[in-house]
Design a protein around this ligand. Structure first.
Ligand SMILES: Nc1ncnc2c1ncn2[C@@H]1O[C@H](COP(=O)(O)OP(=O)(O)OP(=O)(O)O)[C@@H](O)[C@H]1O
Ligand SMILES: [Mg+2]
Length: 367
């Protein structure tokens, strides 16, 4: 796959405030990329830099091998879809979609063909003569996406396009966007969201940002199974990964031994070569990797609240000296509160981080 977009040492400052210190990123043609991260981490700024709506302070942006850092937004071959649909209220769906083409002097026949194609893809055929106020939120967002499709851009940029929709519609639109990406074949999409579930389900690769820095760029499963650091581990996965402290009892390239706060020892297939016996470390264990079914290691949970969703349940309480421990189990669980339960986990599901929050290599986790 050829490189569609390349960011080299991209930097953006507003006056004295550096929002993007330095980002390097390479996106292949046809990829669906998600930019995800907490509010204010610079997702929109990065997207606006790619679109040309913000000027880079330093560094370079290339599209298909051409330096576009100084190129006007309209000439970059990109189309952006915003959270606020920004449709023209007095124009019909059809007029809204063809407006950009009309401004560029595209012929009536070509405009009609482009609108028809987009309407087919987005199933908007029956709404073409309606005004935006006669549409639902989801339909309006589809028109905004249609306006991008008709321009046949090299890169689609989406900035939280679904956040104005209710939960059910978000899930539906999420699937539609995934289908759209497949249907358009070579189209490259960059999708900004702070919803890690959207990022996990839609993206080929995720760039997880914190304070304008890319903490990790990889497939959803790389971020899930091999988070580079504690920040990534805590951000990806829901409910959040549990963290508790341990002391390294035996550093090893194959099987490390950890001593927990209660004095118990666990063995983990994690490479701690390079660390020193006696180091204070942080263990990570996902709520979904703990279960009432007997396994290699046990864990005593003092439950204070339980939530039963029928198909799955959540237990909240204290374990390993942490009082915000979460466990997710399959099926429903009897309402509990105040009592202690013994739960289990497999050694291969453990994560381990050093004092700086950097992850040690997990040897038995899926690649
Ligand atoms: N024009 C500007 N002048 C000064 N600071 C700005 C400007 N635009 C954005 N910022 C700052 O840059 C940082 C990143 O903003 P940005 O909008 O990119 O965040 P975001 O990740 O999209 O957040 P959210 O999830 O809330 O949309 C914020 O701290 C914001 O205050
Ligand atoms: Mg934003």
């Amino acid at each position: 796959m050829s490189t569609r977009l390349q960011l080299d040492k991209l930097n953006k400052s507003f006056g004295d405030v550096t929002v993007i210190p330095s980002v390097d990123l390479e996106v292949k043609a046809g990829e669906f990329i998600a930019f995800v991260g907490p509010s204010g981490c610079g997702k929109s700024t990065l997207l606006r830099l790619i679109a040309g709506l913000e000027t880079a302070t330093n560094g370079q942006i290339s599209i298909d091998g051409n330096d576009v850092t100084e190129v006007a937004p309209a000439d970059r071959g990109i189309a952006m879809v915003f959270q606020s649909y920004a449709l023209y209220p007095h124009m019909t769906v059809e007029e809204n979609m063809e407006f950009g083409l009309k401004m560029n002097g595209v012929s009536v026949e070509d405009r009609n063909a482009a609108v028809q194609r987009a309407a087919d893809i987005l199933q908007l055929g029956t709404y073409l003569k309606r005004k935006p106020k006669e549409l639902s939120g989801g339909q309006r967002q589809r028109v905004a996406i249609g306006r991008a499709i008709v321009r046949n851009p090299k890169i689609f940029l989406f900035d939280e396009p679904l956040s104005n929709l209710d939960a059910e519609l978000r899930v539906e639109m999420r699937l539609q966007l995934s289908r759209l990406h497949k249907q358009l074949g070579d189209a490259t999409m960059i999708y900004v969201t702070h919803d890690q579930v959207e990022a996990m389900t839609m993206a080929d690769r995720i760039a997880l940002l914190r304070a304008g820095k890319v903490e990790q760029f990889g497939t959803p499963m790389q971020l899930y199974h091999h988070p580079k650091n504690q920040f990534v581990a805590g951000f990806i996965g829901s409910p959040r990964m549990n963290f508790f402290s341990a002391t390294l009892q035996h550093a090893d390239s194959q099987e490390s031994i950890l001593k927990l706060a209660d004095g118990s020892e666990i063995k983990a297939p994690i490479d701690t070569s390079g660390a020193t016996t006696g180091d204070s470390l942080t263990v990570g264990l996902r709520p979904e990797d703990i279960s009432p079914e007997e396994n290699q290691n046990s864990l005593g949970l003092k439950v204070d609240v339980s939530e039963n969703l029928g198909g799955r349940s959540y237990l909240y309480g204290a374990a390993h000296g942490m009082d915000n421990f979460v466990v997710e189990t399959k099926g429903s669980i009897e309402k509990v509160g105040g009592e202690s339960m013994t739960l289990y986990f497999a050694s291969q599901d453990l994560h381990l981080f050093n004092a700086e929050g950097q992850a040690f290599k997990r040897l038995q986790a899926p690649a």
